[in-house]
Design a protein around this ligand. Structure first.
Ligand SMILES: C[S@@+](CC[C@H](N)C(=O)[O-])C[C@H]1O[C@@H](n2cnc3c(N)ncnc32)[C@H](O)[C@@H]1O
Length: 219
């Protein structure tokens, strides 16, 4: 239930209600302690099946760090970036002392983000983050992502579709399915799960979800 049962009480908001209005501190509190995303787990499992050891990973717009923590736990070196200092402030105290040398946490907006300075990385993870990249920066950010992944490395994350309610918000980056698939031309696509469903926010306002869950291996 998204509505509070107490008459006259404020409806209890879910993570999506905070994300709708870019209230990131509220979003982080709503998701704190949740486990890693399925797309990340699928990518990590694929590396394990190939016998490829943990190496350098980038977690772009890592939020409060649910995926960064899983990467660190599995032995990866992680460059975690997010536009919000509050997100990293939730991540850093949860990093075990023995993992700390493998984490670089940095506040940066999408247009400021630079990574892979030491060479290509094995994984770029973008869980539910790229739709929040302003459209004027998207192509450059996507080019950086593709260029930074080593051959045989992977992209994991989500793109949002053009039928999603939030596609009408001007500062969001959404893609029709053919456009999203075209972005993945430099990759072998291992997962392209289309999720489309009707939902409502905490106030009962309709929200249509149109999301592509992606894991792709760089050629
Ligand atoms: C929906 S959250 C996803 C966070 C995390 N990756 C996860 O899976 O929960 C979107 C994230 O994008 C970040 N973000 C939004 N706009 C941004 C921008 N312009 N530059 C950098 N980060 C941004 C927010 O701070 C937030 O952490």
């Amino acid at each position: 239930m998204s509505q509070s049962s107490q008459p006259g009480a404020e409806p209890s908001k879910r993570a999506q209600d905070f994300a709708a209005v870019r209230d990131w501190p509220g979003y982080f509190r709503a998701v704190l302690g949740k486990g890693p995303r399925e797309t990340l787990l699928a990518a990590l499992d694929a590396f394990e099946r190939e016998g490829k050891p943990p190496a350098d990973a980038v977690d772009l717009a890592c939020g409060e760090g649910r995926d960064s923590l899983e990467l660190l736990r599995r032995g990866w070196r992680v460059h975690a970036l997010d536009g919000s200092a509050e997100g990293l402030a939730h991540l850093v105290p949860r990093v075990l002392p023995e993992w700390r040398p493998r984490l670089r946490a940095e506040v940066a907006t999408f247009d400021q983000m630079r990574w892979a300075k030491r060479g290509p990385v094995r994984l770029v993870n973008c869980s539910f983050s790229l739709p929040f990249c302003e459209p004027r920066h998207f192509d450059t950010v996507w080019e950086r992502i593709v260029d930074s992944i080593e051959p045989g490395g992977r992209f994991a994350g989500q793109l949002f579709g053009d039928r999603d309610t939030w596609a009408a918000i001007p500062d969001r980056s959404h893609h029709a399915e053919p456009q999203a698939r075209a972005l993945l031309a430099p990759f072998e696509v291992e997962m392209f799960k289309v999720e489309e469903k009707d939902d409502a926010d905490a106030f009962g306002v309709a929200k249509h979800w149109h999301v592509y869950h992606i894991v792709a291996r760089k050629r």
